[in-house]
Write a protein that binds this ligand. Sequence first.
Ligand code: BTN
Length: 251
Amino acid sequence: MSIFVQQKIKHFLKYKRKIVHMKVCDSTNEVAKRRSDLPDGTLFIADNQTAGKGRLGRRWESEKRSGIYMSLLLKPDIAPNNAAQLTLIAGLAVAKALGGEAMIKWPNDVVIGSKKVCGILTELSHGSLICGIGINVNTSQFDDELKDKATSLAIVTGKRHSPEKLTAAVLDEFEPLYRKFLKDGFSALSEEYKKLCITLDKSVSVLKNGSEIRGTAVDISADGGLILQTENGRITVTSGEVSVRGIYGYV
Ligand code: BTN
């Protein structure tokens, strides 16, 4: 565990929390699950991950120090079927912290332009919620498979960024949103979410239980679902059950 990285994050942090920094681990989500005895709000962060996980069983590229790999251990008193809303809140926090052109691709990607800069994987484990956030910070290039759909902050801005400063910015955006969510529910945040949601007004294709639904994303429901206008009327899909792709590209 490196005291140095912890101190640097703490230095920038407004809302203090316990931080566990590791030079390397399998996956910060897995470490958070193993250490769910630690307090609500504990941050696990690693310089690199040997088994970084993405959604839908995919791998998350976790090259040493080129990105932020972190997980928040949360113990909110909410119904398990509202847990997916925390993914939306984490996405909102990241988009706000990145600022500029950063937008949310519902439910859990943050994009700049039409490329992904951040992915979020929220998992439930023994009554705790693990919210894993991966941000491409100083990655200078992506391989052929990813280069058309992924970008990094360094590629977009043409300069390197401090991962510690950005980590603190994300956490400080997250905390007031999380508190409001616990007090008033997701509906209190949905207008703010919608303003940064790039998916709205787009033609999308939603994969649900192996079948494809096409429609236009018209709204976000009060509980964070995506409302689609389809040929057969309006439907609402919830984030846990779908994979969304723009019909004219990634977003
Ligand atoms: C996705 O877009 O598929 C989600 C990616 C989530 C990646 C982060 S990196 C930190 C945390 N630990 C993991 O193994 N995954 C998440």
